[in-house]
Write a protein that binds this ligand. Structure first.
Ligand SMILES: *[C@@H]1O[C@H](CO)[C@@H](O)[C@H](O)[C@H]1NC(C)=O
Ligand SMILES: *[C@@H]1O[C@H](CO)[C@@H](O)[C@H](O)[C@H]1NC(C)=O
Ligand SMILES: *[C@@H]1O[C@H](CO)[C@@H](O)[C@H](O)[C@H]1NC(C)=O
Ligand SMILES: *[C@@H]1O[C@H](CO)[C@@H](O)[C@H](O)[C@H]1NC(C)=O
Ligand SMILES: [Zn+2]
Ligand SMILES: [Zn+2]
Length: 496
């Protein structure tokens, strides 16, 4: 009789003969599993296309787990059988031909379920299949994790997105000081805050702004029907990004808002054509837009943060323990080169390793740029290990403690706002903000494309606000947004 709902730690120690029968009965079910995999893959692939900037999160995995567990309970698998099954699956999956095969099934399913237009299905799967299969074999499909999940902790250890704690120094927290407004006439420093520029190299005036692809107003969008107007010269209120001329106009029009002491630029430089982006495309966006910003802001120092669209596949930011060609070094090296004139050597050093850095723009102020892709639910590399990726939060604690010791104030910039992060990351970040509330003078993020803020409260009563993160609106009109005038910028006044 089929058994349902095996919970962790519940009867799964079985003897030899049953393993035999499991194996023989297993073959049609094995095929089932092979079929199920691409479906999961397709769901995971779909998540990034739909997720940004709308707050749709990819929780497909969470919903699938009980169903998978049911299926395995039904199969009545023993621990050694489970482990050899997954060892075999991983071995098979790592072959190039299986990646292609998984990819072809994922593509078929994507087309069948009309997840995206056929050409988009095809190229999305091609773009993601290598990295996703690599990550899956090292995480959810590894014998220990998979069997830990399906058969309980006596068989393996499921620790995908498990919770973790950073450690705070023993130094007692200073008594909270309510913020004091600056004295009248105190010197003010003007900071330009730019985010989510999303330059579309292939933007084309007159094309269909309402095409069926995830990004329109571009060469491959076709022409609109005679009854509707085509994409505008400067941009379009639709699922469209911006031509370079609009960014140029934005930057050239900054004059009256300045002069600026510095610029916070919180990422997302390339367009949303995430189904068809090469490393070369991403680097062209990085260098072209960096050159444009330099041209119009001249000697004003610009402090960038790494957005989720900088990489390809989108959201794919392997932590530093991934080495070789899968690593992010192609991107971070190019950033270090492009931003060399803005950042000191120590900042360039950590940027090369993990895409984050700290520097002192002037005496008394420390600026910390975080790589928020290490907090992201959509960064599929974190399935392998999501525990404080790159040690970034522990490093942040060190920076904040040093700033507290010196009596400095700190600004944090980053792309994805902390409220959109994986639970454990968010929780730890909240603790850090609460511990260093006197030192932390400002937080600035982007990614949501709209003008909003996130408030942090004290951890004891959750009633005393102690910090706020400002989220700036995007430069791009994606999706159907009206950039503020002058577009996409907030001018932040703060006392020197
Ligand atoms: C599953 O295992 C249990 C105990 O090991 C056994 O009694 C039962 O018959 C098995 N069920 C199936 C469907 O093989
Ligand atoms: C983290 O700390 C909290 C309380 O400070 C505790 O409840 C939780 O169990 C800890 N988590 C881990 C994984 O140590
Ligand atoms: C590294 O990976 C990229 C992207 O997957 C690929 O285009 C390139 O050919 C690879 N390079 C090497 C040396 O394998
Ligand atoms: C995950 O990363 C953390 C921090 O780098 C490390 O302490 C831990 O051992 C890693 N876990 C696994 C299973 O590799
Ligand atoms: Zn964006
Ligand atoms: Zn983003």
């Amino acid at each position: 009789m089929p058994r349902h709902g095996v919970s962790p730690g519940q009867g799964h120690r079985r003897s030899g003969p049953e393993q035999e029968s499991d194996r023989t009965r297993g073959s049609p079910r094995l095929r089932l599993l092979w079929m199920g995999l691409p479906l999961i893959l397709a769901l995971v692939l779909w998540a990034p296309a739909g997720a940004h900037p709308l707050p749709v999160q990819s929780q497909h995995v969470g919903r699938l787990v009980p169903q998978l567990r049911d299926a395995f309970g039904w199969w009545n698998l023993s621990c050694p059988v489970c482990k050899s099954l997954f060892t075999a699956i991983d071995f098979g999956l790592k072959k190039e031909s299986s990646v292609e095969w998984v990819g072809s099934i994922a593509t078929k399913l994507c087309k069948l379920l009309k997840i995206a237009p056929p050409a988009v299905c095809q190229s999305t799967v091609q773009l993601f299949e290598d990295d996703v299969v690599e990550v899956w074999t090292r995480s959810v499909l590894s014998p220990s994790e998979a069997c830990g999940l399906l058969l309980g902790s006596t068989c393996g250890h499921w620790d995908v997105f498990s919770s973790w704690n950073i450690s705070l120094p023993a130094v007692p927290k200073p008594a909270p000081q309510p913020p004091k407004p600056p004295a009248p006439g105190a010197p003010v420093s003007r900071i330009l805050f730019l985010t989510d520029l999303h330059w579309d190299h292939d933007y084309l005036e007159g094309t269909d702004p309402d095409c069926e692809n995830p990004l329109c107003c571009r060469q491959d969008s076709g022409l609109p029907p005679a009854s509707r107007p085509g994409a505008g010269y400067w941009g379009e209120y639709s699922k469209c990004d911006l031509p370079l001329r609009t960014l140029e106009s934005l930057l050239s029009g900054l004059g009256p808002a300045g002069p600026f002491d510095m610029v916070y630029w919180t990422g997302d430089i390339p367009a949303h054509n995430i189904w068809h982006q090469s490393r070369q495309d991403q680097l062209r966006a990085l260098t072209t837009v960096t050159a444009l910003v330099k041209k119009f802001l001249g000697p004003v120092p610009v402090y960038p943060a790494v957005g989720n669209h900088e990489s390809t596949p989108v959201n794919g930011f392997p932590p530093p323990f991934i080495e070789g060609n899968h690593s992010s070094s192609w991107l971070y090296e190019a950033m270090a080169k492009a931003w060399e004139s803005w950042l000191p050597p120590e900042a360039l050093h950590t940027l090369r390793i993990g895409g984050f850095y700290a520097l002192s723009p002037r005496p008394g102020l420390r600026l910390i740029s975080l790589n928020m892709n290490f907090c992201s639910r959509e960064n599929f590399w974190l399935l392998i290990n999501s525990t404080d990726p790159a040690g970034q939060l522990q490093w942040l604690v060190g920076e904040l403690q040093a700033a507290e010791d010196r009596g400095d104030k700190v600004h944090i910039i980053g792309h994805i706002p902390p409220g959109h992060c994986l639970k454990s990351w968010s929780w730890n970040y909240y603790r850090i903000v609460a511990r260093y509330e006197n030192t932390l003078a400002g937080q600035f993020f982007g990614h949501t494309h709209v003008d909003e803020f996130e408030v942090f409260y004290d951890e004891e009563t959750l009633s005393r606000p102690l910090s706020v993160a400002f989220l700036a609106p995007s430069a791009t009109t994606y999706i159907g947004l009206n950039p503020v005038s002058p577009p996409s910028l907030q001018v932040t006044g703060s006392t020197k």
